[in-house]
Unconditional design. Structure first.
Lengths: 201, 202
């Protein structure tokens, strides 16, 4: 066999074997990876909507999904809004839990972020940031308190503290929540967040 | 210096030819992911898996591969194992896969692996290649562990996620940021050179 045909044969064989092998690995792991993702979302929904044990997708578009959180009896306990926006470095993905009439924000969690470790990444930390996002008024836009208020109690129902040294990341979360609030309200008023035919339990 | 026994094949990866401190290969993952010990361990193990299996396979098929296309073949073999490692982590260890991000796929271009394929596996028997790969992996994991332990303890006050320094400790944020990686690696490199120099004087 000439050298060039040998090169072609060897490269083709190596490529085919590797491709076949990877295809089987892909098939074997595909379901599990999809399941992991689904479970991560499900866990997030249950944790931001108190009393919910299961969920249902009510509205879906690119990077904006509204889930309905249900209790054991299947009644709607609130909505979980999956949304995202640009942070200091990259996309920040949030899951926001609100009640069934969109008047209170239960809590929110950060599903994904690539903010600066030690500074902006504090947005994932409960004591330094997420605690300000617990049990808030969801009927009006949120505002950042700058400089941060010393005590949790001195913040109004629609105010949240800024992380010192990470204003941009704090603002990014604020803007994502405010945008999601507007969008969810519009959908709600159009009646597009219907759940099993009814708005709420 | 050429090694002769299996023991030498293994041990040279730990010190004499340590991929990080002596050969200075694979700097990208070393600097990027050593901000937490768990990431260091995961990256070390993933790289070890790829290194061991690709060394073995390349050593087995070295006679069939024409010299002109060897690099292309090595890269395909390496990329195959890297993809397996990546899928495996995503399927069974999603949090680790998430925190390592793009650095798992980037093992493909980790010079340690192609370097060992070219410098060792393509010239030696499969058995010796595996031992060499084991030694290099151990050296790599050791280096990542040292680096990530220093960075996590000083940068976050934790070790493997557990708080080991009390509340009095204000974490040195710089240590978990890229500059901390360069500073720590530089100091470790200086220490290892100093040790080597002392050994030379004796």
């Amino acid at each position: 066999m000439s050298l060039s045909s040998r090169m072609v044969v060897v490269l083709t064989a190596v490529g085919l074997l590797s491709g076949g092998f990877l295809a089987s690995v892909g098939i074997l792991t595909k379901d599990r990876i999809a399941l992991n993702r689904k479970m991560e979302i499900e866990r997030a929904i249950v944790s931001v909507v108190p009393g919910s044990v299961a969920s249902e997708t009510l509205y879906e578009e690119k990077d904006f999904i509204v889930y309905g959180g249900k209790n054991e009896a299947g009644a709607l306990k609130g909505f979980a809004i999956y949304t995202s926006g640009i942070g200091f470095q990259d996309k920040i993905i949030l899951m926001i839990g609100v009640d069934a009439s969109l008047s209170r924000l239960f809590s929110l969690i950060v599903l994904d972020q690539k903010e600066t470790p030690g500074l902006g990444a504090k947005i994932t930390d409960r004591t330094s940031f997420l605690v300000y996002w617990e049990d808030k008024d969801f009927t009006q836009s949120f505002r950042l308190r700058k400089p941060p208020a010393p005590a949790l109690e001195s913040l109004s129902a629609s105010e949240v503290n800024t992380i010192t040294g990470a204003t941009i990341s704090s603002e990014a979360v604020l803007n994502i929540v405010n945008a999601a609030q507007e969008k969810a309200r519009a959908l709600y008023e159009e009646g597009r967040l219907s759940f099993g035919g009814a708005h709420a339990e | 210096m050429p090694s002769r026994t299996a023991g030498q094949d293994f041990l040279k990866g730990l010190w004499q030819e340590n991929p990080i401190f002596r050969q200075m290969l694979g700097m990208c993952p070393t600097l990027a992911i050593t901000n937490a010990v768990i990431n260091g361990i995961a990256m070390g193990l993933a790289t070890a898996f790829v290194l061991i299996f690709s060394s073995l396979l390349i050593s087995l098929i070295k006679k069939v591969i024409p010299n002109q296309v060897r690099i292309a073949c090595y890269i395909v073999v390496i990329a195959t194992f890297v993809t397996i490692a990546d899928r495996f982590l995503a399927a069974f260890f999603p949090p680790i896969s998430k925190s390592l991000g793009p650095f798992v796929p980037l093992i493909v271009v980790n010079c340690i692996i192609l370097g060992r394929a070219e410098a060792f596996a393509s010239k030696n028997s499969p058995g010796r290649s595996v031992i060499d790969a084991l030694g290099m992996s151990a050296g790599f994991i050791m280096a990542l562990l040292i680096l990530s332990s220093i960075r996590e303890v000083l940068g976050s006050g934790t070790f493997l996620g557990y708080r080991i320094l009390g509340d009095w400790f204000e974490p040195w944020v710089i240590m978990v940021l890229p500059p901390g990686a360069f500073i720590t690696l530089g100091i470790l490199m200086a220490i290892s050179l100093q040790i080597e120099r002392k050994k030379g004087e004796r």
